[in-house]
Design a binder for this molecule. Structure first.
Ligand code: FAD
Ligand code: NAI
Length: 462
């Protein structure tokens, strides 16, 4: 047993970042993690492995589709799936060991095992009870399935199973056209699977700016992904090697089935709080399972805080990290803050899709007077040189003050480009501030500047 200033439960991006920041602020800190490795969902079965597979499969796509045009001729590489998985595992290992190193460097104790909170000020791990002045719950999330669907992680899988399938399926059916469905669908489509995405709504990526969403769907379709929209999945019948997905089209209630070797259920995630003892402790939980917190990530039980996927808000690693840093500051008596209006979202397909702030639909609904500056990557020399002319940058600014209200990008390196708009928004910048900033040529970021120019007197290369 030991006494700590802070014990963080969960070693994902929320928890490990919080623990490191607490230690940096001079607090004696431990982090409880039940997995074999640190890094949570993100490093072990989420962000990092999915990006490794996206990277590898993208290289194959480039070789198959663009190499010959650039005068790079010869046989395209063939896929050694076992090796691709072992590359992905190696990337995971490097990252999770990196967190272990950071814990040692910052003197954060890793308490290995599953933790619970028998009472405020105490954390139980195995048979040991540790004392902590403050407890931060960063227990993350888990996949949520649909009624009538049994996940076996072999034929009917969540993202976790989809990251380690024994072989590349001939036919993959993805249920849900959200972030996981489209990223993992892209991976397998590039590796040769026939991919069909079945989505309940009549559009993909709910919540995304509609113009971007439409362009995105058109591009993915061209890449060979099939979409069945407006379809409510009724159930999945699976054997040991095959499955049948039954869905009902919402427009006419007609029922149909589709065959698959593998079914990926990607219909969202839900907070994971099992085994923490929250009910006995009296911690308030919202109807959808998230731990209720106030503006400073405090729960209703004194000395118990919560962050990341386990609380409300977008289920994103960087949102969890920001909350981890901020709550550490609050516990240390400083003023931690997260600007929830400027949290970017990125989909790491090719092209990438990135957004921050308000969508055009949200502005319309709010009755806000706005203007749109749009610029196509067709007018960007660098993008054309790398076969990435499809897509655009769209900046939304206040009609009167020119203040940037949102940005939506579909195109090369969109996930990196979005951040200059994030910084601009943090500083309350106008579109003209971006437009008057010199951007190096030839870069993709010139497209962001051109979209900002289009909010004013007009883009140059449009
Ligand atoms: P988690 O990462 O879920 O970590 C929680 C940790 O707590 C887990 O390791 C768990 O074992 C541990 N834990 C839980 N309860 C206990 C307990 N009682 N005792 C001890 N340990 C416990 N987000 C992005 O921003 N970008 C991406 O590209 C991205 N890609 C993703 C791809 C996939 C396939 C998935 C599934 C998710 C992806 N996400 C991505 C989402 C991202 O992974 C999560 O938002 C992020 O991991 C949340 O961090 P967290 O710290 O709140 O929780
Ligand atoms: P999601 O919420 O992004 O998408 C789920 C989709 O499933 C929605 O389009 C929804 O309409 C659809 N759906 C729900 N019920 C359905 C039904 N019965 N039939 C057909 N479709 C149905 O959830 P997803 O993709 O599972 O991802 C979970 C979380 O992980 C997300 O919140 C996301 O933030 C995070 N994540 C983030 C990534 C990133 O930042 N690049 C990558 C992967 C995951």
């Amino acid at each position: 047993m030991a006494n700590y200033d802070v014990i963080v439960i969960g070693g994902g991006p929320g928890g490990y970042v919080c623990a490191i920041r607490c230690a940096q602020l001079g607090l004696k800190t431990a982090c409880v993690e039940g997995r074999e490795t640190l890094g949570g969902t993100c490093l072990n079965v989420g962000c990092i492995p999915s990006k490794a597979l996206l990277h590898a499969s993208h290289q194959l796509h480039e070789a198959e589709h663009n190499f010959a045009a650039m005068g790079l001729k010869g046989k395209s590489p063939s896929v050694d799936w076992k090796q691709m998985l072992s590359y992905k595992d190696d990337v995971i290992g490097q990252n999770t060991k990196g967190i272990e190193f950071l814990f040692k460097k910052n003197k954060v104790d890793w308490l290995k095992g599953w933790g619970s909170v028998p009472e405020a000020g105490k954390v139980k791990v195995g048979d040991e009870v540790h004392e902590a002045k403050n407890i931060v719950i960063a227990s993350g999330s888990e996949p949520s399935s649909l009624p009538g669907i049994e996940i076996d992680e072999k034929v009917v899988v969540t993202s976790t199973g989809a990251l380690e399938l024994p072989k590349i399926p001939k036919k993959l059916v993805v249920i849900g056209a959200g972030v996981i469905g489209l990223e993992m669908g892209s991976v397998y489509a590039r590796l040769g699977s026939e991919v069909t995405v079945v989505e309940f709504l009549d559009h993909i990526t709910p919540g995304m700016d509609a113009e971007v969403s439409k362009t995105f769907q058109r591009i993915l379709k061209k890449q060979g992904i099939n979409f069945i929209l407006g379809a409510a999945v009724q159930g999945v019948d699976a054997t040991k090697t095959k499955a049948k997905v039954t869905y009902k089209l919402r427009k006419d209630d007609s029922e149909a089935t589709i065959d698959a070797d593998t079914v990926l259920v990607a219909t969202g995630r839900k907070p994971f709080t099992d085994g923490l003892g929250l009910e006995a402790l009296g911690v308030e939980v919202l109807p959808r399972g998230q731990i209720k917190t106030d503006g400073h990530w405090a729960t209703n039980v004194k000395g118990v805080y919560a962050i990341g996927d386990a609380i409300e808000g977008p289920m994103l690693a960087h949102k969890a990290e920001d909350e981890g840093m901020a709550v550490a500051e609050v516990i240390a008596g400083k003023s931690g803050h997260v600007n929830y209006g400027v949290i970017p979202g990125v989909i790491y397909t090719s092209p990438e899709v990135a957004s921050v702030g308000q969508t055009e639909e949200q502005l319309k609904e709010a009755g806000r007077a706005y203007k749109v500056g749009k610029f196509s990557f067709m007018g960007n020399g660098r993008a054309k040189a790398v076969f990435m002319g499809e897509g655009f940058v769209k900046i939304l600014a206040d009609k009167d003050t020119d203040r940037i209200l949102g940005a939506h990008i579909i195109g090369p390196a969109a996930g990196d480009l979005i951040h200059e708009v994030c910084v601009a928004m943090e500083f309350g910048a106008s579109a003209q501030d971006l437009a008057l900033t010199c951007h190096a040529h030839p870069t993709y970021s010139e497209a962001v500047r051109e979209a900002a120019l289009a909010c004013g007197d007009g883009a140059i290369h449009a």
